[in-house]
Design a protein around this ligand. Structure first.
Ligand code: GTR
Length: 356
């Protein structure tokens, strides 16, 4: 008997080789861009960094002096002048190279909820973190780096906030690649909830991220829309129009079964790199089951590259269990919508296990 994914999720044309997979990924990228997230500007030729403050208070109090900390102001040439924003850099202070997290964050710079920074440093990972509101406010206001670009939201395919924050994650990546503590082959992009959606789009746009981590990104992120409980894309056209391109308004009133795309197509853009999707048992709004379905439905793209996608013998998520054997990892944590220490530790376990 066919399972839910085989019965309900529309698939792309089968790809059997990496070359075929790449061609289909180009088509899927265009679809996700045109339906949801909008255009991205080209990467700037150069990102300039200025050290703007070393907060010894943070390095000493938050990390007991174990971490190097530096706040940087990044600037780069945009269509209409120089755009800029700041981020915080934390690295274990031992003179070695480390895997890093580019953390798209609700707060800055460290020590807040959602970011157990000391534990992350203790496990040997570095953190480059920025406050998304400082790049452009999480509201229908086009401030921050946006006024320096021609995409001013009058164009149907202009970027929305998810694209804008994802673009910033790539600029942070540009800079950390020049720093001595960073292992360039082991950089992950991570975000929670709306910022999990952003991490996925950042990973889809920038192949330099070796690992993409979506924590409870739900609707408009890792959750399959067909059969989904909780939030629906149609409702998002009203509540969060500014997260997406203006063209996303076309989804108003559209039933999930009538969409010509679904979330597995977004996840498939990460292949053949590593992808982690985390859910929480009590997070019906994001819908763990739909996130697991998306991982399963995305797996054939990894197979076309000769890699294993999701390895999971269960139709349903299992609280407290991580399915972490393949290039797609999925776990569901007991508890509510949050990016907790448990989630971070599960992601770091995967990174240790797969050396990514
Ligand atoms: C909710 C939204 C979700 C999720 C969440 C969050 O209001 O409906 O899609 O993104 O916010 O970002 O915390």
């Amino acid at each position: 008997m066919k399972n839910f994914v085989e019965r309900n999720i529309p698939m792309w044309e089968k790809a059997s080789t990496p070359a075929e997979a790449e061609k289909i990924q180009e088509e899927l990228y265009a679809l996700m861009r045109d339906r949801l997230y909008g255009m991205m500007p080209p990467a700037p030729a150069e990102v300039r960094a200025k050290a703007v403050g070393k907060d010894t208070e943070i390095a000493d109090k938050t990390f007991a002096g174990k971490a190097k900390h530096q706040r940087y102001r990044l600037s780069f040439d945009a269509d209409k002048g120089e755009a800029a924003f700041e981020y915080d850099y934390f690295a274990p202070d031992d003179g070695k190279k480390h895997p890093f997290f580019v953390n798209i964050c609700f707060h800055g710079p460290a020590g807040g909820h959602y970011l157990p920074a000391e534990e992350i440093i203790d496990r040997g990972f570095g953190i480059a973190t920025f406050n998304y509101d400082e790049v452009s406010l999480d509201a229908n206001v086009w401030d921050g780096i946006v006024p320096f670009y021609n995409m001013d939201r009058t164009g149907r395919d202009d970027w929305g906030k998810i694209g804008i924050w994802a673009f910033a994650a790539s600029r942070v990546l540009d800079h950390i690649l020049t720093l001595p503590e960073v292992d360039p082959d082991r950089i992950a992009v991570i975000g929670h909830s709306r910022l999990g959606k952003t991490a996925l789009w950042a990973g889809a746009n920038d192949p330099r991220f070796a690992l993409v981590i979506s924590n409870e990104s739900g609707c408009g992120g890792a959750a399959i829309n067909r059969g989904k409980v909780g939030e629906a894309l149609s409702g998002m056209t009203d509540v969060f129009p500014y997260w997406f391109s203006p063209a996303m308004q076309d989804l108003r009133g559209v039933a999930p079964d009538d969409l010509d795309f679904d979330a597995h197509m977004l996840l498939a853009l990460i292949a053949p790199r590593h992808l982690l999707v985390g859910s929480a048992e009590g997070d019906e709004w994001a819908d763990p089951q739909s996130e697991l379905y998306a991982c399963r439905a995305a797996s054939p793209m990894w197979e076309a590259y000769g890699k294993t996608g999701l390895v999971c013998d269960s139709e349903t998520p299992v609280a407290g269990k991580a399915f972490h054997e393949g290039f797609i990892g999925y776990h569901m944590r007991p508890g509510s919508h949050f990016m907790s220490r448990t989630d971070w530790n599960i992601y770091m376990d995967y990174r240790d296990k797969h050396n990514v």
